[in-house]
Design a protein around this ligand. Sequence first.
Ligand code: NAD
Length: 453
Amino acid sequence: MKLTPVNPRTEELLEPVDCTTREEVHEKVARARAVQGAWQATPFEQRAEHCRRAAEQIEADADQIAGRMHAETGKPVQQARGETVGAARALGSAVTDMQAALAPEERAFKDGLCRTHYLPHGVAAVIGPWNFPAYMPLEAIWPCLLAGNTVLFKPSEFSPYTGIAMADALAKHLPADVFHLVLGTGEEGGWLTAAEIDFIAFVGSRATGKAIMKQASDRLCRLLLELGGKDAMLVAHDADLEQAAQFAVRSSLQNAGQVCVAVERVYVERAAEAPFIAHVVELAADVALDAGRNGQMVIGPMSNAKQMRIVLDHIRDALEKGAKLELGGKRLDRAGYWVEPTVMSGLTPDMKLMREETFGPVVAIRTVDSLEDAIREANDTRYGLTATIWGGQRDALYAQALRLEAGLVAVNGRQGGAPGVPRAPAKESGFGFMGGVAGMRQFLQPRTVTIRT
Ligand code: NAD
C-alpha cells in the first residue's frame, strides 16, 4: 500500500510513500527486541549522549524537516522550524528528569530494606498525530530511549515526510535497531499495537485512543494516551476583557486551531458579552492567512481535507441552530484547505461547536448568566485537558478554578508554565501523563527487591 500525502496549501499530490507491510512490522519488532537488552545495559550517560547527537542532527536538519512539514501539513515555515528546534531541545529537560526518575529508591522497615529500581518496559511503540508532527512524537521518543526502551515510531499518514526526516536524523546517531520507523495509516498502526510490544505511547484522537486501549487489553500492554480536548475558557464580568480577548483569539486560532490545548469554548458572563465580543472580533480580524506583516499572527490552512470538513460542518451546524457569525466562517475560494479565522456567538450547548472537538480556527462564544452556569457547562463534557478562568477577583477565582474538571487549569493566563509539573489529562482526554519526574516514570516499570536482614 502507498500513502499519497497532499499539500494542503495547494491540494497538489506529493510523492507517494510506501507503507510498511505487516511482515516488516513484525520483523522490526523482533529486531528492536533483540537489541533492547544491550540498549538497557548501556550506561544512562551514553544513552543520553546518543540522543544528544540525534537532537543536534535534528536541529542541523531543521530547515529540511520544516520544509517537509510545511509541504504536507501547511504549517507556516517559520512555525514549522520553531517546532522542530523546540522538539530537539526538549531533550534537555527529559535527560534531567529521566536521570532522577531512574534513581533507585530505598525504604527501610523493621526486618530490612526494600529497594525499588525503575526499568524500561522493553519495546515501545510511539504513534503520533499530524498537528505537531515533530514535537508530539519526540516528546515521547526522548523518554522512551533515555529509559532504555527500543522504539518503533509511526508518524501520522498526513505527515510521513516529517517522520521520515526525523527518523533519518535519529537513526544516524543510535545503535542499529534501537529505533525503527513504521509508515502507514491506522491499519499499520493497528498491526504495530497488536504486535509483541511492551508499551504504547500514543498521541492522537479520543476515538483512536479508545481503540488502542481495547487492543492493548489483550496483553495488558502498558499505555500512555494523550488525547483530544474541548478546552473551556470562562470570562467573568469583571475580567480584563482586552487581555481575555487576546488569549481567546491567540489560543483558539493558533496553528489554525489544530492544537490539543486550544480554547475550544468561551463562556462569557452576560454583563461582559458585548465589549468582549467586540474585542475578539477586532483582534481576530487582524489574523492573517498564509502570510502577514511583521509581528502579525499568521495561520496556515487546515492540514487535511478531513479536518477541514469537520470544521465547516461544525460552523454550518451552529448557523442552522441559530448562532451568529461575527467573522469569517467560510472556506476560501481557491485551491487548498483554507478556512477563514472565524468568530461565532450566540452558541447553545446542543451545538457541535460546544460539544465535539472542532480543531479549527474558530473562537466559539457562549453567553451565560453567571459564572456558576459557566462552570457547570464547562464540566459537562467527556474531555478534560485544560481550562482557564478570567476575572477581577483572583483569590475567589482560584477556588472556582479548582472545580474545573481538567488536568491543567489557570487563572487569568496560560496553563502550565513551571518546568516539571505533571500534565495529566482528566476524564477521556487521556490515560497516564507526561511532565516532570513523575511523568518520566510512565516510561518505566518499577521492580522492588526486598533485602531482609
Ligand atoms: P488520530 O487518532 O486520527 O491519529 C493519530 C495516529 O494514530 C496516526 O498516526 C494514525 O495513523 C494512528 N492510528 C489510527 N488508528 C489507529 C489504530 N487503530 N491503531 C493504531 N494507530 C492508529 O489523530 P490525529 O487526527 O492524527 O490527531 C489529532 C488529534 O490528536 C486531536 O484529537 C488532538 O486533540 C490530539 N492531540 C492530543 C495531544 C495531547 O497532548 N493531548 C497533542 C496533539 C494532538
